[in-house]
Design a binder for this molecule. Structure first.
Ligand SMILES: [Ca+2]
Ligand SMILES: [Ca+2]
Length: 123
């Protein structure tokens, strides 16, 4: 099952998203804030790893001795959820080192449509 995580982007190198920090559980990603395929979190915000934490709670590998166990992380021969990483929260540089938080309803709506088109279930 593909589980959409529509948040601030996630750090694929976190050990709970695939063996060897491969991020293999992340099957698709898109940055709707900056309109590009790199959904890495923006590090100049107060909680840059919020999306990583949310994704880990939902889908971290279970019983692997790494990090945490996600609610939909799988167990034994039962596969866990794959992740659709849609970044809808981030920042945009405006001038003189200042940044603006972005998280528009347009981004969220586009991300929901993207998630549905990529096999995600949205209820
Ligand atoms: Ca990006
Ligand atoms: Ca784990």
């Amino acid at each position: 099952m593909e589980l959409p995580i529509l948040d601030a982007g996630l750090d694929r190198t976190h050990g709970d998203f695939g063996p060897g920090n491969t991020g293999a559980k992340v099957v698709a990603s898109y940055d709707f804030v900056h309109d590009d395929p790199n959904s890495s979190p923006d590090l100049n915000i107060g909680a840059p790893y919020h999306g990583t934490a949310v994704a880990a709670i939902a889908a971290a590998e279970t019983n692997d001795g790494v990090g945490v166990s996600g609610v939909c992380g799988g167990f034994g021969q039962t596969p866990g959820c794959s992740i659709l990483d849609g970044k809808v929260l981030g920042t945009l540089s405006i001038s003189q080192g200042l940044t603006e938080w972005l998280g528009t309803t347009d981004c969220a709506a586009a991300a929901v449509n993207w998630a549905l088109a990529n096999g995600g279930k949205v209820k």
